[in-house]
Design a protein around this ligand. Structure first.
Ligand code: GAL
Length: 946
């Protein structure tokens, strides 16, 4: 029996446990926190020049530049954004738009940004809680990147403008915070201008963080780790800059500890320093010795962690982790590139940040997916053309073993250029993957002359003041003679066809060089006959234009010359925009070794043969040529075997010897069946590849790149294909597949790699808002709100709130307004977001009394039964709001109507046998089930676990 005493005892125990728990949670708050604030932002389009459509922002008598905290319109903390769309960051609004012939060629003809004033301004708003216990800490809002020209407000305070879409930036918001309550972040993004000539997305397309530190802390990007390798140890120089945003001075201790990949401590040092003055910084250098270092290398990307601690009187006040690698490298003018003393030919690709379905807003895992695909191709280097990348791209390169050229956006020597360059280097200089800073690309106006030369010299010296361990390069294209080419530390040759590389090298014997761009070849995945009408480029690797070379020609040139460090193909993946040599309706480029989804074109196997280490045999094209019986089909084989033999329906068509860095060709009279290539080394069969004539598609097959997701934003990239009745992949299939998803996740994008596909990348609910017509009112004699609507004299309506005498208010008022529904579908969800115009309120739509929703007393969900197509009438009966003083402003706008039209099902056509669907977890433990269906095909379902 439970007595009162027992209950009392239980209560005491519970209170005790709770106390311990709250103490332990209070204690467990780290001295430094970096909190992702990607989820649940409100989003709406503003307008480039129509202030009404830009939420009347910056129209007030005092603008946000006039008075502190005066952000108005959508920048105001109390702006009602409930009718805005709810979304997670990273977000790219350009990829969500349809394609339009009038759109920008460079940005892939999306109806957004330049030329689309109604789709070039995006507003983002988010409310965050900041606990009272944070008082005294320094709170910073960090943006990894926003495209572009963003302005940020915090609780109405204007924080600043960041013009570039490629900089990471931050704002200290400490003094503006409402501690223990809600705080509002508002961001206005203006993507009406382009920075590059390739797809760049639009919006907050990289992560946003809230950083909390003590006043004395490691400055932003405040560590710089360099390593010197001796015989069996490495000296690690750890430089740390500490910043003091408080007034406490005195001595502090800086403790630097290095941990290896297994988490074992391998070195530690401590030294004293004086805390810098208020708002000042101090830099402290420590040297640590790591014995028998595990070097960071392409094949074994070993990473170490430096943990920097600041202590005062033995109390920890900051702890900051820097990942780094121990490795050495140099570019040699005679012998090329060396990593850890070993010669490494750079087998690189250029890439932009853009993927099928999601555009520039790439979930972190997609960076790993893409870098892994490049590595599988045998690539070991990546040029971030032509801008500083998202931080996670560099993390993927560090942890997977991919060398990187990090590139600044705009060349110049003024504050803006230098600051942007400095920010990139300070942010990125601890990444072991980065081997070079590129400060320009094809600067046609200056590259051949003295101005380019001077700027390059200045930038090279400037870079050395921030990082002395890496050389500087520039990609040059208009001749390799004078100007930048004559002074740049590592010459970046953009294309063999643009000048005489050997001649340049003979003149500048001390200057290392590499092919910063090569290729720009055209190929459509799975297409083997060029059809200009259809904008199809055959995937055989041929010289694309008179002054450009095939991938094979390019690689042979670079492979043959020891003095050249290597080459970077233009590009690893297709990207939106630059659909050269075509235009509309082609919307993505043709340059990639892989398409926008990462599905390989045949060139991948050429590279894999000569860049990779595994034996390769790849025969192409596919063998579905119904109607071409008796015609000659060129059959190519990519392989690194010594000899290859081709068989048509098991009949040998002869053996051929493979030349280094080459391929083999046969002309084969088409007959259905199978074409098979067998590779031999030392006369022994090594590998076989075969293309078989398939039957029609019978069933769908889904294959996920991983079957288990972790964390809150992880993704599975799912390949969609069709199989014939013998389970053979059908390379010519183009069925339209419809997707449905259940459980703990959602689809975030679909694609198929077809440059001419104008299908949607995303299927999203359509959200529109409808404003009310002018509000009218009549004064009422009673303060009791009725439950039914009576008749009111039409002639008594007058403009609401006009000349209202706040000293003599009526007991209540009735207000009338209308809104127009152009269409009304049963599926639409229609909500009235009411903004208070009275104390007690009764809302009537078309004469029906509507109850407020349970979760928000100022939200009215309007069921279809009370609405009609065309004009609808809203009546509000409300007791008046009294003014607390004469200058109080009383709201006179009743709010807004929101219409959500649910999207149709996600779907995509296969393109030459493949499509891709990307699924993202919702962070729950619930597994995700994706089902793909199509007319006349057997459907398939895949389960993604958590
Ligand atoms: C280069 C340029 C690249 C891309 C490429 C297309 O000149 O650097 O960004 O435009 O041409 O061929």
């Amino acid at each position: 029996m439970v007595t009162i005493f027992h209950r009392f005892l239980i209560l005491i125990i519970l209170l005790f446990i709770q106390n311990i728990y709250s103490q332990s949670t209070a204690k467990s708050i780290a001295v430094r926190e970096k909190i992702a604030i990607d989820h649940n932002w409100r989003f709406a389009f503003g307008h480039l020049y129509d202030t009404d459509k830009d939420f009347n922002h910056a129209t007030g008598y005092f603008s946000y530049l006039a008075k502190a905290g005066n952000g108005d319109g959508a920048a105001a903390p109390d702006f009602d954004d409930r009718a805005w769309r709810l979304l997670n960051i990273p977000h790219d609004w350009a990829v969500e738009q349809p394609f339009d012939e009038n759109g920008s060629f460079s940005h892939g003809f999306k109806a957004a940004g330049k030329g689309y004033p109604e789709k070039s301004i995006g507003w983002y708003r988010k409310k965050i809680d900041i606990p009272e216990s944070d008082l005294g800490r320094i709170i910073t809002l960090q943006f990894d990147g926003v495209f572009r020209n963003s302005k940020v407000w915090f609780n109405g305070h204007f924080l600043g403008t960041e013009e570039s879409g490629y900089n990471s930036f931050e704002y200290d918001v400490t003094d503006y915070i409402n501690y223990g309550g809600k705080n509002t972040i508002a961001v206005r993004v203006d993507a009406s201008m382009e920075e590059g000539w390739f797809y760049e997305g639009a919006g907050i397309y990289r992560h946003v963080w809230l950083k909390k530190t003590e006043p004395l802390h490691v400055a932003t990007n405040g560590t710089y780790v360099t390593t010197d390798i001796e015989d069996d140890f490495a000296n690690v120089t750890a430089q740390v800059t500490i910043e003091n945003k408080g007034s406490k001075k005195g001595e502090v201790e800086i403790v630097q500890t290095i941990f290896n990949q297994k988490g074992e401590q391998v070195a530690k040092t401590s030294q004293k320093a004086q805390a810098p003055d208020f708002y000042g910084t101090t830099t402290v250098n420590s040297t640590l010795k790591v014995n028998n270092p595990q070097l960071w290398d392409i094949d074994s990307p070993n990473l170490y962690k430096l943990v920097t601690e600041i202590k005062r009187n033995n109390n920890l006040i900051d702890q900051y982790t820097t990942k780094f690698g121990i490795r050495s490298f140099y570019f040699d003018a005679e012998k090329g590139f060396f990593l850890n003393g070993k010669h490494v030919k750079l087998k690189g690709t250029n890439n932009h940040q853009d993927h099928a379905g999601v555009g520039a807003a790439m979930p972190d895992e997609l960076q790993y997916f893409r870098i892994s695909k490049l590595k599988e191709m045998g690539s070991n280097a990546y040029r971030c053309s032509h801008n500083p990348p998202t931080p996670e791209l560099l993390e993927a390169c560090d942890s997977l073993g991919m060398l990187v050229i990090d590139e600044a956006r705009l060349m110049g020597i003024n504050k803006m250029h230098l600051d942007n360059l400095r920010k990139m280097i300070e942010r990125d200089r601890n990444h072991p993957s980065i081997i070079c800073w590129s400060v320009g690309n094809e600067e046609w106006k200056i590259e051949g002359g003295i101005v380019g030369e001077r700027i390059t010299l200045t930038l090279q010296d400037y870079v050395k003041t921030i990082d002395s361990t890496r050389p500087v390069s520039v990609g040059i294209s208009s001749g390799f003679k004078s100007g930048i080419s004559s002074v740049v530390e590592v010459m970046g040759y953009n294309y063999l066809g643009n000048g005489d590389i050997d001649a340049h090298r003979n003149e500048y014997k001390e200057q290392p060089g590499m092919g910063s761009e090569e290729g720009s070849t055209f190929a459509t995945r799975g297409v083997y006959f060029t059809d200009d009408e259809k904008h199809y480029k055959s995937a055989y690797d041929v010289k694309p234009r008179p002054s450009f070379y095939s991938i094979e020609e390019g690689w042979n040139f670079y492979a043959d010359r020891e003095y050249l460090a290597g080459m970077f193909i233009w590009t690893g993946f297709d990207y939106r925009g630059e659909p050269t040599p075509y235009g509309w309706p082609s919307v993505t480029s043709y340059f990639g070794m892989m398409d926008v989804c990462g599905f390989p074109k045949d060139n991948v196997y050429y590279l894999k043969s000569w860049w990779g280490t595994e034996p390769v045999v790849h025969v192409f094209p596919h063998w579905n040529w119904e109607g071409k019986e008796g015609e000659e089909i060129p059959v190519w084989v990519y392989s690194n075997c010594e000899e290859l033999e081709l068989f048509l329906n098991n009949k040998s068509l002869g053996k051929k010897k493979m030349k280094q860095n080459s391929h083999l060709e046969w002309q084969v009279t088409y007959k259905k069946g199978e074409i098979k290539a067998v590779g031999y080394n030392n006369g022994k069969k090594v590998l076989t590849d075969v293309q078989k004539t398939t039957g029609n598609p019978e069933k769908i097959a889904l294959i996920a790149h991983k079957k288990q997701l972790t964390g809150s934003d992880d993704i599975a990239v799912i390949t969609v294909e069709t199989l014939d009745k013998k389970d053979l992949h059908v390379p010519t299939a183009n069925n339209e597949i419809t997707f449905s998803v259940n459980g703990g996740g959602k689809i975030i994008g679909v694609g198929n790699g077809n440059p001419t596909s104008l299908e949607k990348d995303k299927f999203l609910d359509d959200i529109t808002t409808i404003a009310f017509t002018q509000l009218q009112e009549q004064a009422l004699a009673s303060e009791v709100l009725p439950e039914t609507l009576s008749e009111y004299n039409e002639s008594d309506w007058k403009e609401a709130f006009k000349d209202r005498d706040y000293k003599n208010l009526a007991p209540s008022y009735i207000y009338k307004t209308t809104f127009k529904l152009d269409e009304l579908s049963k599926k639409d969800k229609i909500t009235f977001f009411y903004e208070k115009i009275g104390e007690e309120t009764a809302v009537f739509v078309n004469g029906h009394l509507i109850a407020p929703s349970q979760e928000d007393s100022q939200k009215y969900v309007l069921n279809n039964g009370v609405l009609k197509q065309g004009i609808n009438t809203l009546h509000i009966i409300a007791t008046p709001i009294h003014k607390v003083n004469d200058w109080a402003v009383i709201n006179s706008s009743p709010g807004i109507i929101q219409v959500i039209t649910p999207s149709e099902s996600w779907k995509r056509k296969l393109f030459n046998g493949y499509a891709q669907v990307i699924v993202q977890t919702d962070g729950s433990d619930n597994e995700i089930t994706v089902t793909a269906t199509a007319k006349d095909l057997k459907s398939d379902t895949i389960v993604i676990k958590k």
